[in-house]
Design a protein around this ligand. Sequence first.
Ligand code: DGP
Length: 116
Amino acid sequence: MSENTETIFSKIIRREIPANIVYEDDLALAFKDVNPQAPVHILVIPKKPVAKLSDAESGDHALLGHLLLTVKRVAEQVGLENGYRVVINNGNDGGQTVYHLHIHILGGRPLAWPPG
Ligand code: DGP
């Protein structure tokens, strides 16, 4: 997918396609991943369409902090008290497939390390 086109996540933000949304505020949205890799698999995204982490700028400082605090909040909300993994796939070699920055929250089972 081109990095400059609108993604499916913009449509989820605008409620043009359905998603199982678990949290929303002015800056961020969190919803269940459609292809879960663990019993709990949630994506936290900025409403601002930053394509990928490496495109973030110094002006996104507060937004990035907000996204991580949103991860913490959502993880507590869904009961991941035993821990969880936080993943950002960045670009082609990082395995990114949707070019709208997103943070994966994975949990609900022990997760192996290192990843593939
Ligand atoms: P990544 O490989 O980091 O770009 O992960 C993209 C994730 O987005 C992948 O785990 C599947 C998920 N995903 C893709 N399309 C949709 C969708 O339409 N709805 C939801 N809920 N998740 C999606």
